[in-house]
Design a protein around this ligand. Structure first.
Ligand code: GSY
Length: 164
């Protein structure tokens, strides 16, 4: 349904472990902000990260992007999915290798249990490849919020997340 013209602060996690990973991430960030509706606020450094999810596959490169948007969550999801497709995103194995994955981690303070778009992202707060870059950009959101992580450095070590 329609949304009043409210700006929401969104947190996106981008990952790639297929093809030219860095180029895939660069192309994705460019594409996200090429179209109207999203205002860039911050981009984390790039992290080399061990695959999370139990599927044996190559390491990922991950970044977190903070933006402001007038879009609805659904529209942002559609835009993310079309960018994934444009980078030849073959969804073969769930949690398997992919040229690009864009996860909406938070959309303002919205909460949704819609199956196609659960907000906040249900697994983001377990994932050091999300939390470590995110904490650099928004320490309070990660270190004190409901996603409280006792020891981010320990999580980074345990989950193989290292700054490139
Ligand atoms: N390290 C790491 N592991 C992952 N497992 C999945 S699924 N993904 C895709 C994002 O959900 C990733 C990822 O981006 N990085």
């Amino acid at each position: 349904g329609g949304h009043m013209l409210i700006k929401h602060r969104v947190v996106l996690s981008l990952g790639s472990n297929l093809g030219d990973r860095l180029e895939n991430l660069q192309d994705a960030v460019d594409a996200l902000f090429d179209a109207p509706g999203l205002t860039f606020l911050a981009l984390s450094p790039v992290y080399e990260t061990a695959p999370w999810g139990g599927v044996e596959q190559d390491d990922f490169l991950n970044v977190v992007v903070i933006a402001e948007t007038l879009l609805t969550p659904e529209t942002l999801l559609e835009r993310s999915q079309s960018i994934e497709e444009s980078l030849r995103r073959e969804r073969v194995v769930r949690w398997g290798p992919r040229t690009l994955d864009i996860d909406i981690v938070q959309f303002g303070e919205l909460v949704s249990d819609a199956p196609e778009l659960t907000l906040p992202h249900p697994r983001a707060h377990e994932r050091a490849f999300v939390l470590v870059p995110w904490a650099l950009l928004e320490p309070d959101a990660v270190l004190t919020g409901h996603g409280r992580v006792a020891d981010l450095a320990a999580a980074a070590g345990e989950q193989g997340v290292t700054r490139r």
